[in-house]
Design a protein around this ligand. Structure first.
Ligand code: TIU
Length: 224
């Protein structure tokens, strides 16, 4: 039994959403990536490119919760002792301030610090699993696959930041594990407009080689 199916307009073709088998997976909507004065902005990035995703995500999350469907969140970060931080990641970029150092909102990308936490607009509700991941992909060194399998989830609506880094890595990991991924383009963001465009085109190219692309309004209509 597949249960109820909703057809969602998408590219490269309609996505057959089975709500009972679907989870909304919100990637790394963390203060250090999105807030003015955070680590992302400190590196010279234009956070407005990411902040435009907050309101569409807020609306989609509200509709998804109202429909009683599964929600999961991820955060990129490391243990306070940095034992799970690869030395290569620590030194990459040759920055004066890197992961684990004191930043504008506490130690950068360290669990428990203010900047590592999820922005208040999209804060997890009780009962919504939060996956703390040390890598870019949500499936590397986490228990997300087990959690999804225990709930018989086979479809993921993936949102968050950044499109070409943590969203893309996660979609590719999920796709290889047999999940169908649907990406609402207004709910994912990149600091770089050209990567936003190409990141989305790569997902839906070649017959949907990594997944499907739609917009949040189509999903909200389908689950309403
Ligand atoms: N969450 C995520 O995408 N982490 C990053 O480091 N992204 C960048 O674009 N740098």
């Amino acid at each position: 039994m597949r249960g109820k199916v909703s057809f969602i307009q998408a590219e490269p073709y309609a996505f057959e959403l089975v709500p009972a088998r679907s989870a909304l997976l919100i990637i790394d909507m963390q203060r250090d990536f999105l807030e003015p004065g955070g680590f992302g902005e400190m590196l010279g990035n234009d956070v407005s490119q990411l902040r435009r995703t907050i309101e569409p995500n807020r609306r989609l999350l509200a509709a998804w919760r109202a429909a009683g469907l599964m929600v999961m969140h991820t955060r990129e970060g490391h243990r306070p002792d940095l034992s799970d931080l690869p030395p290569s990641k620590k030194v990459r970029g040759r920055g004066a301030t890197t992961i684990g150092d004191s930043g504008p909102m506490g130690r950068i990308l360290v669990r428990g610090e203010a900047g590592h936490d999820i922005i208040p607009e999209l804060y997890p509700a009780p009962g919504e699993p939060v996956i703390d991941k040390p890598g870019k992909g949500a499936f590397y060194a986490t228990d997300i696959h087990s959690i999804l399998q225990h709930r018989a989830i086979s479809q993921l609506v993936v949102t968050g930041v950044t499109t070409e880094v943590c969203v893309h890595t996660t979609v590719r990991e999920a796709n290889d594990r047999g999940y169908d991924c649907l990406i609402p383009e207004d709910c994912v963001g990149s600091y770089f407009p050209e990567f936003q465009e190409m990141g989305l085109r790569m997902i839906k190219a070649q017959g949907g080689i990594f997944g499907w692309v739609t917009c949040s309004a189509e999903i909200i209509t389908a689950i309403g």
